[in-house]
Ligand binder design. Sequence first.
Ligand code: ADP
Length: 265
Amino acid sequence: MNNQIKHKIMVLSGKGGVGKSTVSVNLATALAEEGFKVGLIDIDIHGPNVANMLGIGDKKLEATPKQTILPIKVYPNLSAVSIANLVERSQPVIWRGPLKQKMIEQFVNDVEWGELDYLLVDSPPGTGDEPLSALQVIGDMDGAIIVTTPQGVSTMDAMRSAVFIQKLNSKVLGIVENMSYFVCPNCGQRIYLFGEGGGEALAKELGTQLITRIPQNPELMRLSEDGKPAALYMRGTEMEAVFKEMAGYVINQLKNKKESNQEDA
Ligand code: ADP
């Protein structure tokens, strides 16, 4: 694996539609905003939304004369690769396991990432071929961030993803609870549409931390459809603060890990 990449993090969820790609895109953007060099790989082969959420859905990946791949530059500090940048927009990808594994290997090993502080891997939901391949290909993954919504059907599946990560000798870096509450635009009260406390209970059960809670906000969704990450386009709001908090958590966790590794050496 490319040794110019300092930290590798997988973003995983038990269920689809809970905001895993939203977290990947905005965490990547928030880390890039802090001045770090960030790469984002979308291995959600059957539902690759990262490219659209970053506004690069129409761009195509290019090969170099060395037969390596140039990632797409999204912002000065952020590059990304997705299968969406290889196939036509509405076309499904109908591949079996070995072909998926090959693509993941190429996205990790054959992309000209250059020096990166963080490489984020947006995985499909669940515990199938793709996250398994990514963990095997990357080998020294720093850990995974698990995304869930507050209700039991989501936290239960998130628990499976977390146990999957631990069984494969990787680490759960923390839990992100998305769609935690909705702030009433009239009275400012928080309304807990999907119940309260699910993410926190999950984190406790796993012996990890709840990184942050992301409110439900239609503006985030609208911006996302336009390829504009909320971390960048909702300046001065609670949403920007939440993604900053998430980036800060990751930076600190991995800094501590590096320090404790140095102490162990
Ligand atoms: P996943 O990657 O888990 O399938 P996505 O990140 O694609 O989920 O999110 C699913 C949909 O929900 C998208 O339309 C996204 O914009 C929307 N969404 C995600 N999080 C929020 C939120 N906190 N508030 C409003 N809409 C959200």
